[in-house]
Design a protein around this ligand. Sequence first.
Ligand code: PMT
Length: 397
Amino acid sequence: MLAGRRVVLAVSGGVAAFKAAFLARRIIEAGADVRTVMTDSACRFLGPQTMAALTGTPPVLDLFDQEDVSPHTSLARWADAIVVAPATAATISRLANGLSDGALAATVLAAKCPVVVAPAMHTEMWEHPATTRNMATLRSDGCVIAGPVSGALAGGDEGPGRMLEPEQILEILAGVFTPGPMEGWRVVVSAGGTREAIDPVRYVGNRSSGKMGNAVAVAAADAGAAVTLVTTVAAPSHSRIDVVPVESAQEMAEAVWAAATGSDVAVLAAAVADFRPADPVTGKLRRAQGPPEINLEPTPDILAGVAAMENRPYLVGFAAEVGSLEGAIDKAQRKGVDLLVANDIAKPGSGFGTETNEVTLITPDGATLPWEMLSKPAVAEKLVAEIVRRRGAAGSS
Ligand code: PMT
């Protein structure tokens, strides 16, 4: 995967900088051409001459190199990928804020290629809310994050913040050049619970937090898909997720149907109200008026709408059941889905608002495949792999 690639190794100033020399060697052994850019503090931990000798090219050390009028843009245009290793808290902060006050940060800011960031710092700095914020920004800017892990740190300390080993970073770097299994796919995901207005203040709703749907959107985006996430709740930030905020079943139906046209896959994890107040009141209902009589009418069946589409996407529904899975098996056979993901919402750790979920996959022929209790991101990752396998097997990709 790395043979013939051009990799810029960007080294910032932490004790883990010595590992950058080993990393440079591993990348070269994998067949890539390596150039380096180093911060001033990196040069205190690792001699630029070492990197020059290993890579055959002197590192770029500042923006005012006499030989090249614009070393940062030259390097950024040359690169097929950039690896920032180690990425200190200060460098991460610069990158997250687009602060191009040195050769390293300016090179990353000028780059259009994939950027792998391998953080290394003390635990206190790694766990500081500012670093957490900066890492979230880098993730949503599309950077690939490599580590850190927990282990021995500078000064005899121990804990989370240790940089990954060069071999592990190399593997992640190679992954950048490996297309994800959903590369080129368009995927629509619904998440959260709909709200159906009773009056301008009150609504008919449910307990969905959106965690399950959000996790599916992230897993599909991580697998390379361009995702449209139609949601009633706060959405994760990801460079490949396009968020459509909605509130009611009607709004969700319109957004899902629009996005599903021409999509490869639709995963409907939202908890959609089946009924809504037929005549929502425009003014606020007053207690003094006594209990209102609320007439309900059916909402659009979003899943059925997608199932009825010509050239419809591979369709995955979710089913919230209590106790028995019989209702879900019936839905899998009746609703026109390719796959139904059933969860027993009465089971502790499963269903609404939980961090985990225990699901059973059901196919339209009634076959069931129970999975163990997993975190919602793990369920989502497994589900994405299952969709890739089944849709590929159906010959529709
Ligand atoms: O959001 P979390 O807190 O993480 O919780 C996750 C979850 C429990 C909401 C999720 O795992 C789940 O089960 N979602 C589906 C909930 C649900 O509405 O189930 P249902 O059996 O009522 O609906 C079956 C399917 O039809 C679902 O794919 C639903 O999106 C869809 N539907 C339902 C009603 C409607 N009017 N239109 C629809 O498309």
